[in-house]
Design a protein. Structure first.
Length: 100
Protein backbone atom coordinates (compact mmCIF):
# COMPACT_ATOMS: atom_id res chain seq x y z
CA UNK A 1 0.00 0.00 0.00
CA UNK A 2 1.17 3.51 -0.81
CA UNK A 3 -0.12 6.95 0.11
CA UNK A 4 -0.85 7.42 -3.62
CA UNK A 5 -3.85 5.09 -3.33
CA UNK A 6 -5.64 8.16 -1.82
CA UNK A 7 -6.81 6.21 1.22
CA UNK A 8 -6.25 7.52 4.75
CA UNK A 9 -3.01 6.34 6.31
CA UNK A 10 -1.26 6.76 9.64
CA UNK A 11 1.79 9.01 9.50
CA UNK A 12 5.03 7.32 10.45
CA UNK A 13 8.25 8.80 11.78
CA UNK A 14 9.64 8.44 8.25
CA UNK A 15 6.68 10.41 6.78
CA UNK A 16 7.05 13.18 9.36
CA UNK A 17 10.75 13.62 8.54
CA UNK A 18 10.52 13.13 4.76
CA UNK A 19 11.09 15.66 2.00
CA UNK A 20 7.72 16.81 0.61
CA UNK A 21 7.47 19.18 -2.38
CA UNK A 22 11.23 19.57 -2.32
CA UNK A 23 11.36 20.82 1.27
CA UNK A 24 13.28 18.57 3.71
CA UNK A 25 12.56 17.50 7.29
CA UNK A 26 8.79 17.26 6.89
CA UNK A 27 8.31 21.03 6.88
CA UNK A 28 5.67 20.72 4.12
CA UNK A 29 3.89 17.74 5.68
CA UNK A 30 0.80 19.77 6.58
CA UNK A 31 -2.93 19.82 5.92
CA UNK A 32 -3.59 21.91 2.82
CA UNK A 33 -6.73 23.45 4.37
CA UNK A 34 -6.01 24.20 8.02
CA UNK A 35 -2.20 24.08 8.00
CA UNK A 36 -2.00 21.46 10.73
CA UNK A 37 1.56 20.04 10.94
CA UNK A 38 1.21 16.27 10.92
CA UNK A 39 2.81 14.25 13.69
CA UNK A 40 3.60 10.57 13.92
CA UNK A 41 0.35 8.65 14.46
CA UNK A 42 -1.93 11.21 12.79
CA UNK A 43 -4.37 10.09 10.11
CA UNK A 44 -3.56 11.71 6.77
CA UNK A 45 -4.93 11.44 3.25
CA UNK A 46 -3.22 12.48 0.00
CA UNK A 47 -5.56 13.46 -2.84
CA UNK A 48 -4.54 13.28 -6.50
CA UNK A 49 -5.88 16.39 -8.26
CA UNK A 50 -3.75 16.54 -11.40
CA UNK A 51 -5.88 14.18 -13.46
CA UNK A 52 -6.94 15.55 -16.87
CA UNK A 53 -10.61 15.95 -15.93
CA UNK A 54 -9.65 18.84 -13.63
CA UNK A 55 -7.20 20.62 -15.95
CA UNK A 56 -9.75 23.27 -16.91
CA UNK A 57 -9.85 24.43 -13.30
CA UNK A 58 -6.16 25.37 -13.42
CA UNK A 59 -5.43 23.67 -10.13
CA UNK A 60 -3.03 21.07 -8.93
CA UNK A 61 -0.82 20.31 -6.04
CA UNK A 62 -2.11 16.97 -4.79
CA UNK A 63 -2.80 18.08 -1.21
CA UNK A 64 -2.42 16.21 2.05
CA UNK A 65 -5.60 16.54 4.12
CA UNK A 66 -6.09 15.95 7.85
CA UNK A 67 -8.96 13.82 9.08
CA UNK A 68 -10.85 16.91 10.32
CA UNK A 69 -10.75 18.63 6.90
CA UNK A 70 -11.24 15.53 4.75
CA UNK A 71 -14.20 15.12 2.43
CA UNK A 72 -15.08 13.49 -0.84
CA UNK A 73 -12.85 14.14 -3.84
CA UNK A 74 -15.33 16.49 -5.55
CA UNK A 75 -15.48 18.66 -2.41
CA UNK A 76 -11.69 18.71 -2.13
CA UNK A 77 -11.34 19.67 -5.81
CA UNK A 78 -13.92 22.43 -5.37
CA UNK A 79 -12.13 23.83 -2.31
CA UNK A 80 -8.77 23.64 -4.07
CA UNK A 81 -10.15 25.52 -7.09
CA UNK A 82 -11.56 28.24 -4.80
CA UNK A 83 -8.23 28.55 -2.99
CA UNK A 84 -6.38 28.84 -6.32
CA UNK A 85 -8.77 31.55 -7.53
CA UNK A 86 -8.49 33.44 -4.24
CA UNK A 87 -4.69 33.31 -4.44
CA UNK A 88 -4.78 34.65 -8.00
CA UNK A 89 -7.05 37.52 -6.94
CA UNK A 90 -5.28 38.45 -3.70
CA UNK A 91 -1.70 37.76 -4.72
CA UNK A 92 -1.76 38.74 -8.39
CA UNK A 93 1.36 40.87 -7.88
CA UNK A 94 3.33 37.84 -6.67
CA UNK A 95 2.16 35.71 -9.59
CA UNK A 96 3.08 38.42 -12.10
CA UNK A 97 6.52 38.76 -10.58
CA UNK A 98 7.20 35.04 -10.72
CA UNK A 99 5.71 34.32 -14.12
CA UNK A 100 2.19 33.01 -13.65
Amino acid sequence: MSFTDQKPFVATEKDVKATWSGVPNGKNFRCAWCGYKFKEGDTVRWVYTNDPSYRGLEIGGNPFICISCDGDKADIISRLAKMAQEAKEKYWWFLMRYGE
